[in-house]
Design a protein around this ligand. Structure first.
Ligand SMILES: [Zn+2]
Ligand SMILES: [Zn+2]
Length: 337
């Protein structure tokens, strides 16, 4: 049996139809027939080999939604017909302290879905049952797909750093990640501020649940918000001057990175010591927080705003992501339900 996929054959290539031999199911594997797959900025980084970890032919796609069609001999968590989602991670050792505490994303043997294995721009995918998450019924597949990477990426830090109801939280960047981060922040009961460089995002940010809007292209506006936030989640990929953001933190406040800026950050150590501020990051999320996020999103109807295109137009959809034209996430559909 062949899996029909779209692959890049070298760095920065356009994707082309490409078939590969379906691997045999290991005892704990499931085969999933794909209906939808979101496009994440990390897919573009993989296609371009920006992180020098890509292996070609490369089938991107790690915001996968589909239906289980086959189960390995030892599978207990899923059955044929279950609708599941698959994110950035597709494997881990399962036995280390991180895996056993549900933080599989910190496992030293963590396996990404699209590195050394083939991702979700395809009609099917095979993965371990531990990393195929059953989707609540009231999440539509096309809106749920981006939750598998973008959603967990922004939900997990709120849990990891114990951001509590009533705290003052700012989300920097209102794009694919930020539009979900604002929705989660509102529904988690945080006093939520959206920070963006585009004044035209103000109305949308408030519709998503932001109580306040801050324009970061105006240094005076940032300065006026000194000592205002307990937690600033930065979702942007640009490398900024981070001092205004450090100054906007209250005592014990945290500046948390989920957007890969590729830059360095330099701050006076006195600021960390004197006001007990910290700089931190968060990397996708483990199995435990993924399940919690999906349940929370279903209960509170946190959904990604998506633009859907047929999978055979994958290159056009990728161009939209490259040029930041997606509002807010591109999702490919195969036509299979
Ligand atoms: Zn991603
Ligand atoms: Zn492990």
């Amino acid at each position: 049996m062949q899996i029909h996929a779209y692959a890049a054959h070298q760095a920065k290539d356009k994707l082309a139809p490409w078939d590969y031999q379906k691997p045999d199911l290991k005892p704990n594997d499931v085969e999933v027939k794909i209906s939808h797959c979101g496009i994440c900025h990390s897919d573009i980084h993989l296609i371009d080999d920006d992180w020098k970890m890509s292996r070609f032919p490369l089938v991107p796609g790690h915001e996968v939604v589909g239906t289980v069609t086959q189960t390995g001999s030892a599978v207990t968590l899923l059955k044929s017909g279950d609708r599941v989602g698959i994110g950035w991670q597709s494997g881990s050792c399962g036995t280390c302290e991180w895996c056993l505490s549900g933080q599989d994303n910190m496992c030293s043997k963590a396996q990404p879905t699209c590195v050394g294995r083939h991702g979700g721009f395809a009609d099917s995918i095979i993965t371990s049952e531990r990393f195929a998450f059953k989707l609540p019924d009231n999440l539509e597949s096309e809106n749920a797909a981006p939750l598998l990477c973008a959603g967990v990426t922004v939900f997990s830090p709120y849990r990891l750093y114990q951001v509590k109801e009533g705290m003052k939280v700012a989300v920097l960047g209102i794009g694919g990640l930020g539009h979900l981060a604002v929705q989660f922040a509102n529904k988690l009961g945080f006093e939520t501020t959206a920070i963006s460089g585009s004044p035209d995002k103000a109305t949308e940010a408030k519709d998503l649940g932001a109580h306040h809007f801050l324009l970061n292209s105006d240094p005076a506006e940032l300065k006026s918000k000194a000592n205002s936030f307990d937690f600033i989640l930065t979702t942007v990929s640009a490398s900024l001057d981070w001092m205004p953001y450090m100054n906007m933190l209250r005592p014990n406040g945290k500046l948390c990175f989920v957007g890969a800026t590729g830059g360095n950050i330099t701050v006076p150590t006195g600021l960390l010591l004197g006001r007990q501020k910290s700089i931190c990051g968060s990397n996708i999320g483990g199995v435990k927080v993924m399940n919690e996020m999906l349940e929370f999103a279903a209960k509170h109807q946190v959904v990604a705003k998506t633009e859907v295109m047929p999978m055979n137009q994958v290159n056009d959809a990728i161009e939209k992501v490259r040029h930041n034209q997606a509002r807010y996430r591109m999702v490919l559909e195969t036509g299979d339900k």
